[in-house]
Design a protein around this ligand. Sequence first.
Ligand SMILES: O=P(O)(O)OC[C@H](O)CO
Length: 187
Amino acid sequence: MNLPNRLTMIRFILAVPFIIFLQESDSTKYGLIFRLISLVIFVIASLTDFFDGYIARKYNLITDFGKIMDPLADKILVISALVIFVQLEYIPGWMSIIVLAREFLISGIRILAAAKGEIIAAGNLGKYKTTSQMIVVIITLVIGPVGFHISDYYFTIAEVLMLIPVVLTIWSGWEYTFKAKHYFTEQ
Ligand SMILES: O=P(O)(O)OC[C@H](O)CO
């Protein structure tokens, strides 16, 4: 287990306190403090994503474990945030469902590839997708449920900003699927 992979594992572990504090940010008395603690945890976890990739590339520590587990750790972290954002009514449920569906699909494609002895590493578009997800999650944790009314509907700033990662999520998902289309037809 090299340093980049340890950082990836730390990201998995950080998801647990992150979920607990964000979940509790709904409580009236300590809500803001809990949200800020979850923000700090999320920022640290996001930095491990930056540093594990950076260190792996710089010191030639790229492993199959990292190629598979690094995207998975990102997915657990981001999806944890999105699901609780739905519960807190920061974003609508369909946004989380799109991200969840895409991440399941791409993980499925990675499993299909692995069954053939091939490893699909993260592509550039996938990296931009994850970066944009993390940035919007961080902004959301800072601003909370602020928004504006259009007619009867209350739009949060979070849901407007989340449209960017949602589009990148669909776009990058399409790119992976297109490149992997032969796995769907091969026997
Ligand atoms: O789009 P994926 O599944 O390759 O994930 C990208 C990674 O999260 C980038 O670190």
